[in-house]
Ligand binder design. Structure first.
Ligand code: WQD
Length: 340
């Protein structure tokens, strides 16, 4: 199948392009390089032995989208392209709504006009807010979003549900609620390229290990968790990428199903604390991480991890790679990755 991957040069997008190609599909990358670099395409080429088709442009530009859909016969879409900085979205809400919602609406319009059969949307565990239960099943209520970024994920899910309900069974869709994606391709040829100071734990830890940052700050050790630090469900990006292939293939296979929209958690089901993660990194690499304990980061919750039974039962997907493997792979990439 020919699969349009918007944001295909980004962190999760680039790994999904590789897995798609290795599963026998034809990925078509669409990216505006606003938060990614063209050099990632060299890494993809080194892994696959060829360079997938790239269309450079913006998903919020209908003229550009029309030209891509007229040139390619697209069977399915995986839509990663979006702005994703929570703090920035509070400062620039309209930019986030225009970009994340506008691009989704235009892409769905294209999908309906061009007979696209499957659409996979990047959602997030943020839709659960502070969860009432752990692990979190898909049936847990979505909580009012605390940022415009989070709201674009909730609204995005609703737009997808309503649009595919009226698509006469031709277009089917799934929203994947990611937990915390980390790691890099085991080849060391592609990985995350955070611009500026990283906000997320693993990129910050990698740069501290590499000596680019002096100290990692652990945001709070007074949470009601066994060691007092926050607990998250860290999932290897290659496992996460493979979840997209399983989802896409199930959408193609489900052409008779009355269900036109589904949501799945994509996590390991295992909670790991910030301290445990640092300890695992130190054990697998032999590098000691200098860290201090600071105050809690505003907006953070104590614990968040998935109940991944639905995707395991319905799509036969489950996370296979360990936290240790993810951290080893992220470290390999950190040492190889192009310097800004
Ligand atoms: C993990 C843990 C921090 C940095 C996730 C996604 C992210 C976003 C929102 C998705 C927390 C602690 C972190 C540091 C630390 N978008 N931490 N020191 O907040 O779970 O975010 O959801 O929709 O992309 O990953 O991830 O990696 O920022 O934090 O102690 O320097 O690490 O407090 O407990 P988070 P994270």
């Amino acid at each position: 199948m020919k699969i349009l991957v918007t944001g295909g040069a980004g962190f999760i997008g680039s790994h999904t392009v590789v897995e798609l190609a290795q599963a026998g599909h034809t990925p078509i990358i669409l990216d505006n390089f606003s938060n990614s670099r063209p050099s990632i395409l060299d890494g993809i080429k080194d892994i696959l032995g060829y360079r997938p088709t790239l269309h450079t442009g913006d998903c919020t530009n209908p003229v550009f989208l029309t030209s891509v859909f007229e040139r390619e016969h697209i069977d399915g879409i995986i839509h990663f392209a979006a702005l994703k900085a929570v703090g920035e979205s509070l400062e620039q809400p309209l930019r986030y709504y225009r970009n994340n919602i506008g691009s989704l609406v235009d892409l769905l319009d294209m999908a309906l006009h061009h007979g696209v059969r499957a659409f996979v949307f990047s959602s997030s565990a943020t839709v659960y807010g502070t969860p009432d239960m752990l692990p979190i099943p898909e049936t847990a209520p979505r909580k009012p979003a605390t940022s415009p970024y989070g709201n674009t994920k909730q609204i995005g899910e609703d737009i997808l549900r309503d649009t595919t309900a009226m698509a006469n069974g031709i277009l089917r869709s799934s929203a994947l609620r990611y937990f915390n994606p980390i790691g890099a391709h085991p080849s060391g040829l592609i990985g995350e390229l955070p611009l500026g100071t990283p906000n997320n734990l693993v990129p910050y830890l990698m740069q501290t290990a590499a000596g680019k940052r002096t100290t990692l700050t652990v945001f709070g050790n007074d949470y009601p968790t066994p060691d007092g630090t926050g607990i998250r469900d860290f999932i290897h990006v290659v496992d996460l990428a493979q979840a997209h292939i399983s989802t896409l293939e199930s959408l193609f296979a489900a052409q008779e199903s009355p269900e036109t929209f589904t949501v799945y958690n994509v996590g390991t089901g295992k909670g790991t604390s910030v301290k445990e993660l640092i300890g695992t990194f130190e054990r697998v690499t032999g590098i000691t991480i200098p860290y201090t304990v600071g105050s809690r980061r505003p907006g953070d919750i104590a614990a968040c991890y998935a109940d991944p039974q639905k995707i395991k039962k319905e799509l036969k997907w489950e996370a296979k790679l360990s936290l240790a493997q993810a951290l080893e792979d992220a470290w390999r990439w950190q040492q190889n990755s192009p310097k800004p």
